[in-house]
Design a protein around this ligand. Sequence first.
Ligand code: OAD
Length: 274
Amino acid sequence: MKPASGIAHGLIERLGRSSRLVVLTGSGVSRESGIPTFRGEEGLWRQHRPEDLATWEAFDRDPVLVWSWYDYRRRIIADAEPNKAHRAIARLEGDFDDFTLVTQNVDGLHERAGSGGPVELHGNIWRARCTKELTTVDLPGNPLARIPPKCTVCGSLLRPDVVWFGEPLPMEAYETSHQAASTCDAMLVVGTSAVVRPAASLPLVAKHNGAFVVEVNMTYTPISALIDATLIGKAGDVLPKLVDALLDRRSGMRSGNDHQDAEAENGVREPTAS
Ligand code: OAD
């Protein structure tokens, strides 16, 4: 029997009992805010070649083209609002003492939804970086007054503070996320095709270290067969139900109403006290 959330009881039990939770998100979590994903039918990489827009070579060749593309994306994001999935993730954060949100997204919508300090693996589209001094600056209003923007201190070109193809991830963000994935006891993977590494390896690192790993996606992904469960559906539909059920269960556990499910429905056998 499935509860009202439509999500297997055993899955809620396993997530509810975890004390160190990691949530990893990709562009699918922002799709219902009207922000395009990268792959799939309407994905950005269907219309544009990454090597023309998201590499150092492309920027070196034509900084105006690259900045115009990021400015176009910033305009879409500026008009967007966080959706139910972003807000559900922010609610989860408040219930776990040890919680890490890791995102591949550069849109800043998690923070706008109330999440505090997500680990941004691929940078942030609202920042630029000086190509000479490597200092970062917050970008002013939208659209940019001048393209390409220049550093106000040294006059060198600014570049978007995002990770391009062929570039390493920001070291601190990578180390924090890898550490969190290695030590968590549960991970939720939301709206990512799980094909871009090293981000796509994090669920496998978590699984390898004994965590219970669940993904939420419109479709199966290359990691589906390697993790514990896939919840198929829109993040904005699935996550609020999942988080409601999870917070309910955790509140029951705290108030001592912990009589449920020594043996969970999805075949997961919970340890029992002897
Ligand atoms: P992708 O476009 O590769 O994948 C988006 C995923 O979201 C797909 O698996 C979709 O099925 C899923 N999806 C779409 N709408 C959804 C919804 N409403 N609810 C739940 N899932 C949904 O985007 P990412 O995995 O984020 O990197 O791509 C990873 C990286 O590749 C990006 O960060 C970007 C890109 O190149 C850089 O720019 C460095």
